[in-house]
Design a protein around this ligand. Structure first.
Ligand code: PPS
Length: 571
């Protein structure tokens, strides 16, 4: 292991796939006649890491000869350690028009030409096998598995890249350096030993203490590598996190810590993820890498069981240290000892000693509900930054999402609520009633399952924008399908409150009311696919509120919502 002086890149070669100006001009001309492949957000991340050499020794998206052994045994065809496939997926319609031996133009979603890929291989993407091999599960509550199974095109393209331009970023340009640039920086600073620390969370006190322990154990400086690629919806946005990291940098001893963003799309494959992070850190010149207890893991599954065994990641990373040629700094969980007022690793705490911990997600929940963060858990300047992005509920935006059968009373309650919130008057309020939306946003849509989903997603998108900008959105569509409602909840909870109100008035009562005469028509077969009659309504399992309007006035129903909002601190 080379732990003094510069580390070799993984596989012995640090790539930079960008071509020179002359070749770029030629490629631009050639690309005009090539089929286009437009990269999505996830693929743009992979493209950038390939292009800059962070994924060295890969010189393009994987071919099948590399993909298969990577899935099976974490090795490229030549035996080099590589834990996770890096493939370019495309839909079948596009794949059928392509053949190995030809080239394609890779573009960003705006059509900007990023590079040319020379296709060596096209093969059907065996996503289920890949999920089992790489993630060890087919469980959709695993975000990496969900993304692989749900959003991967049917075919993979493999082959080398010639890069004309890196994907364009307008934010934090100074800390988006390539591995070669970071290596040069460390050399300039005279840093011989550097520990890499990859994270998708803000660094609070416990993580900070962990990095200090790592620096001390390895006698190394530290390179913080925040992951800023495709994240989980509940993750704190990278703008806020980077402001927090800048604050944290000031806490380290002078000239011992640097920061560089890593546009890595989230995978969360536990042990394999830790190895991928270590390889990237190595390419950035790190001699050591910090592996936390639950590194790269999505936590627990729907039944509350962890996806990866507690020490599996650490053990796998440690067992590969020699082959990686890096020092793996692997620690137990850090905790706070209130009586002693000090921080220690859990395995170094004498039995019977009181310890405290707050995980990143617990701190996030506290912030969201407006509770105090104890001093031992974080730094005031970090909390101040987080509070700017996550003010207490009183200053957050929120969405009241009413769902229920046609005629259940959603629109009437929504209107009363709208007026009452305007009366209170401290935030802008927008009413997205089913009929209004159908008229202004979704006039071309029918009531097929697909179209209802599009309709409800549009409502969700507008509501999430309103919530993000700290306003109030009141939505009142039928929104009959659970999965779509869940999706919307996730997108809105990223920014503020989501209050699902099931207006649970029974079908019999709705049908009896039949204000628009729709149920009569549906029963007579004049309207097909009517919710509750011949199209399903999937009852919400855990709404924040359930309101049956039978024997209750709209005023009383709206009052219930207001009381709930008050209890949760939103008003
Ligand atoms: S959805 O499923 O959320 O997209 O529906 P939404 O946009 O809320 O529209 C519901 C109103 O459209 C009328 N309508 C139907 N409802 C259900 N099923 C079918 N097939 C249908 N066709 C028309 C219905 O009157 C709903 O009005 P509300 O205001 O809910 O009573």
């Amino acid at each position: 292991m080379n732990t003094t002086g510069e580390t070799n890149p993984h596989g012995g070669r640090l790539n930079d796939l960008r071509v020179d100006a002359e070749r770029a001009t030629l490629l631009k001309r050639i690309a005009m006649n090539l089929p286009d492949v437009v990269l999505n957000e996830r693929q743009l991340c992979d493209f950038e890491l390939l292009a800059t050499g962070a994924f060295s020794p890969l010189n393009g998206f994987m071919v099948q000869a590399d993909y298969a052994p990577v899935c099976d045994r974490m090795r490229l065809a030549d035996g080099t350690l590589w834990p996770i496939p890096v493939c370019l997926d495309v839909p079948e319609t596009l794949a059928r028009k392509l053949e190995a031996g030809q080239s394609v133009a890779l573009r960003d979603p705006e059509g900007f030409l990023l590079g040319v890929m020379h296709l060596a291989d096209i093969w059907p993407a065996p996503v289920e096998e890949e999920a089992r091999a790489v993630y060890g599960t087919l469980d959709r509550s695993h975000p990496g598995v969900d993304s692989l199974l749900q959003r991967t095109g049917a075919f993979y393209l493999g082959g080398p890249l010639e890069v004309i331009s890196l994907p364009i970023h307008y934010d934090f340009k100074q800390i988006r350096q390539t591995p070669a640039e970071i290596r040069a920086l460390h050399q300039r600073l005279g840093w011989q030993r550097v520990a890499g620390f990859a994270t998708r969370n803000p660094i609070h006190r416990l993580q900070y203490e962990l990095t200090l322990a790592a620096m001390s154990q390895a006698r190394a400086n530290i390179l913080l590598l925040p992951l800023v690629g495709v994240a989980r919806p509940e993750d704190i946005d990278h703008y806020t996190r980077v402001r927090c990291y800048h604050e944290i940098l000031r806490r380290y001893p002078p000239d011992t810590a640097t920061l560089n963003l890593l546009p890595l799309a989230l995978r969360m494959a536990g042990p394999r993820n830790a190895l991928l992070h270590a390889i990237i850190a190595k390419n950035f010149g790190c001699t050591h890498f910090v592996v936390g207890r639950d590194h790269g893991s999505p936590g627990v599954n729907a039944e509350g069981r962890p996806f990866y065994a507690c020490n599996e990641t650490r053990e796998v990373a440690l067992s590969m240290a020699a082959e990686l040629g890096m020092g793996i700094l692997s620690f137990d969980e850090m905790c706070y000892l209130p009586y002693e007022d000090e921080y220690r690793f859990a395995d170094q705490v004498p039995e019977g000693t009181q310890t405290l911990r707050l995980s990143g997600s617990q701190i996030r929940q506290r912030l969201r509900s407006g509770r105090r963060i104890p001093d031992w858990a974080s730094f005031p300047e970090v909390i101040a930054e987080l509070q700017r992005a996550w003010p207490p509920p009183r200053h957050q935006g929120f969405t009241v999402f009413m769902t229920g059968l046609s005629g259940a009373g959603k629109s009437t309650i929504a209107k009363v609520l709208y007026s009452r919130l305007l009366e209170i008057g401290d935030r802008p309020v927008t009413l997205l009633d089913g009929d209004i939306v159908r008229h202004h946003l979704s006039s071309e849509l029918t009531f097929s399952k697909e179209h209802r989903d599009v309709n409800v997603r549009r409502i969700g998108f507008v509501a999430s924008e309103i919530t993000k900008n700290r306003g109030i959105a009141i939505c009142a569509p039928i929104a009959p399908y659970r999965a779509t409602r869940r999706e919307i909840r996730r997108s809105i909870e990223t920014y503020g409150g989501f209050i699902e109100v099931h207006v649970s008035t029974s079908l019999a009562v709705c049908e009896q009311r039949d204000r628009k005469g729709m149920y009569v028509k549906a029963r007579a077969g004049l309207i097909k696919g009517f919710t509750g009659v011949d199209d399903p309504y999937e009852v919400p399992e855990k709404p924040e509120l359930r309101i049956d309007t039978e024997g209750m006035s709209p005023d009383e129903a709206a009052q219930q919502v207001l009381v709930f909002l008050n209890q949760r601190g939103f008003l």
